[in-house]
Design a protein around this ligand. Structure first.
Ligand code: CTP
Ligand code: MG
Length: 227
């Protein structure tokens, strides 16, 4: 069994504005609708658990999408807290060995072929897998006054995307351990790495972008309108 976990409790401070970015429309639907549809479209995904802010009054109230359950829970102060809350709220039927696909609500352009390859990799590797892409630009380390202090080698550097796919029990334990240690993890793989796992990088499309700023929303609009 596979469940989708969608953290959507962020406030979008870098984006600005009144409405959190996951609820802004692109190609006629809120970003979170695109994210959920892409996950639930996979025949093996049983349903989705969405983590919302405690004071969220914009959630459209979907009980199901594509004929599959969309459940919700209250998220936390950091992304990792929201993901952990969602994992803990999953139904009992999603056992410790169930695969979970953690995917940002603000990442609307996931393609089915990438999801398929991610699931296959996560099933083949006990430590799980994430979508990612190799860094293509030359990397500079800044010194003072934004002067270049060094050029960093980019070989073997990747950008981590979502979805990130792990066994529910292992990911829950890894996120709890990071929290207890007071370590801020910025993605699920980082929590798993701390626990000694070596998740697999699955090269995905570069246009699986996370909307962070208004310029990203314009790009997402363009990409989604062409699909
Ligand atoms: N998220 C969450 N709970 C939090 C923080 C973030 O569920 N406490 C979610 C966001 O809603 C988003 C995803 O995690 O879908 C990726 O986070 P990010 O892009 O950082 O979104 P925000 O935290 O909302 O934006 P910002 O950091 O600019 O405030
Ligand atoms: Mg954030």
């Amino acid at each position: 069994m596979i469940w989708a976990v969608v953290p959507a409790a962020g406030r979008g401070t870098r984006f600005g504005g009144e409405v959190p970015k996951q609820y802004l429309p692109a190609a006629g639907r809120p970003l979170i609708a695109h994210a959920l549809e892409a996950l639930l479209a996979h025949p093996r995904v049983a349903g989705a658990m969405v983590a919302l802010a405690a004071d969220d009054c914009l959630w459209p109230g979907w009980a199901e999408l594509r004929g599959k359950p969309v459940l919700r829970c209250v998220g936390g102060g950091e992304r990792a807290d929201s993901v952990l809350a969602a994992l803990e709220a999953l139904p009992e039927s999603a056992g410790a060995d169930a695969l979970v696909l953690v995917h940002d609500a603000a990442r609307p352009n996931l393609h089915a072929a990438d999801l398929e390859r991610l699931i296959a990799a996560a099933e083949a590797h006990a430590d799980g897998a994430i979508l990612a892409a190799p860094v293509r630009d030359t990397l500079k380390r800044a010194g003072e006054d934004a002067r270049i202090a060094a050029t960093e080698p980019r070989e073997r550097l990747w950008r981590a995307f979502t979805p990130q796919a792990f066994r529910r029990g292992a990911l829950t334990a890894a996120l709890r351990a990071a929290r207890e240690a007071g370590v801020a993890v910025t993605d699920e793989a980082m929590a798993m790495e701390r626990a000694g796992a070596r998740p697999r990088l699955v090269e995905g499309r570069e246009d699986n972008l996370k909307v962070t700023t208004p310029a990203d929303l314009a790009l997402a609009e363009h990409l989604l309108a062409r699909r």
